[in-house]
Design a protein around this ligand. Structure first.
Ligand code: GLA
Length: 407
């Protein structure tokens, strides 16, 4: 009866009023972003061309890198996205407004490259920008979002890193939402990396739109330098403290790609950088030349016991527990009651540390301790932990609760 009354009343409204009424009903739907869910239960891992090659990329380089990722054991360790960063397109769109892969750099085209990567067991990632042009001056996606998303889907793209140069006065949230909606409409599940550099706090709105969001400006290969548009990893790390509550499965903070193995870092700095990125559940995008990496660098990037900390299924980002005299303790809660504890010496000389387990209030009962870089079990949390840590290096421990009755 009541239903019938509504029907009658609706029919009595004139056409304009009916349209307005329907529009008001639909409005909340259009405000909700749509994204493919479940694509990044743990932080994505892979290799990206930017940190070493900038725009000097081509088909041969990508294929050689794919081979090197396989032969070095990187793929087996979990690095499965290969992402072409800026520089893959020509400087203008074609007459239909489509993006054009540079025919000199990628003569076989993007679909063929995608097929090649898929055959080799990789996923295919690509870069573009939410503004009019990319940071290197190539055509950006603004105003072409749906058309570009269809192109990426047709090439077999699995991951889009979407940058934030040349955005004018555009709203970040609205602009990234448009691209997120376009990817959803194109129908191919594509991981969406909101590369917005943290200027508009994407950790507060990124989760509805994409799967990860950049939290900082660009990383560069140094420990503590500060340039106009780029920063050493020490500063990037410091800016991540407090963001942990925003991260979780399908929505990760991205403190930028790895500089592990690149020229400006010592081996200790590479190891510490990698370890701390794992503690803060960062996406692990290697940015070095895999074809030429040393055995020591390969051992860092493929240390499965450390990678597992990053990829733990509980999906909790670690946090800075304490800073004192250049010594920092970062901790990460893991599944099954385990914890990862990283002690980082940011000072310029070797530091002596003593850790009293009773000072870590989140621990309950006794734990077995494993040192993940020495790859050794080193006892239980019965007595204080003492160690010397070289400058800019770390110790990474995994604590596993002892079973009932276990001494
Ligand atoms: C921005 C991004 C970088 C890289 C470059 C490409 O600076 O933050 O990661 O993609 O653009 O031009």
């Amino acid at each position: 009866m009541i239903k019938k009354d509504y029907k009658m009343q609706f029919k009595e409204l004139n056409k304009m009023k009916r349209i307005t009424f329907l529009l008001i009903l639909c409005l909340p739907l259009s405000l909700y972003a749509q994204k493919f869910k479940g694509l990044s239960p743990t932080p994505p891992m892979g290799w990206n061309s930017w940190n070493t090659f900038a725009t000097n990329i081509d088909e041969t380089l990508v294929k050689e890198m794919a081979e090197a990722l396989i032969s070095s054991g990187m793929q087996a360790a979990g690095y499965n996205y290969i992402v072409l960063d800026d520089g893959w397109e020509t400087m203008t769109r074609d007459k239909d407004g489509d993006l054009v892969p540079d025919p000199n750099k990628f003569p076989s085209g993007m679909k063929a490259l995608g097929d090649y990567l898929h055959e080799k067991g990789f996923k295919f990632g690509i870069h573009n920008c939410a503004g009019n042009t990319t940071c290197s001056g190539y055509p950006g996606g603004r105003g072409h979002e749906f058309q570009d998303a269809r192109a990426y889907a047709s090439w077999g793209v699995d991951y889009l890193k979407y940058d934030w140069c040349d955005h004018g006065t555009a709203s970040a949230k609205e602009t990234f939402k448009t691209m997120g909606d376009a990817l959803f409409a194109a129908g191919r599940p594509i991981v969406f990396n909101i590369c917005e550099w943290g200027s508009n706090e994407p950790w507060k709105w990124g989760k509805d739109i994409g799967h990860l969001w950049r939290t900082t400006g660009d990383i560069t290969d140094c420990f503590d330098c500060q340039e106009v548009y780029s920063l050493g990893w020490k500063y990037i790390l410091a800016s991540q403290a407090g963001l942990e509550k925003y991260a979780g499965p399908d929505g990760w903070n991205d403190p930028d790609m790895l500089e592990v193995g690149n020229e400006g870092l010592t081996l200790a700095e590479s190891r510490a950088h990698f370890t701390l990125w794992c503690i803060i559940a960062a996406p692990l995008m290697a940015g070095n030349d895999i074809r030429k990496m040393s055995d020591e660098v390969r051992d860092i990037l493929t240390n499965k016991e450390v990678i597992i900390i990053d990829q733990d299924p509980l999906g909790k980002q670690g946090y800075r527990f304490k800073v004192e005299d250049g010594k920092e303790i970062w901790v990460k809660e893991l599944s099954d009651g385990r914890w990862a504890i990283c002690i980082f010496n940011s000072g310029d000389s070797t530091a002596e540390i003593t850790l009293k387990w009773t000072d870590l209030p989140f621990l309950e009962g006794k734990y077995k301790i494993r040192d993940l870089w020495q790859k050794k079990d080193i006892g239980k949390t019965k007595k204080d932990f003492k160690a010397q840590i070289p400058s800019h290096d770390v110790i990474m421990l995994k604590l596993t609760p002892t079973k009932k009755g276990e001494k």
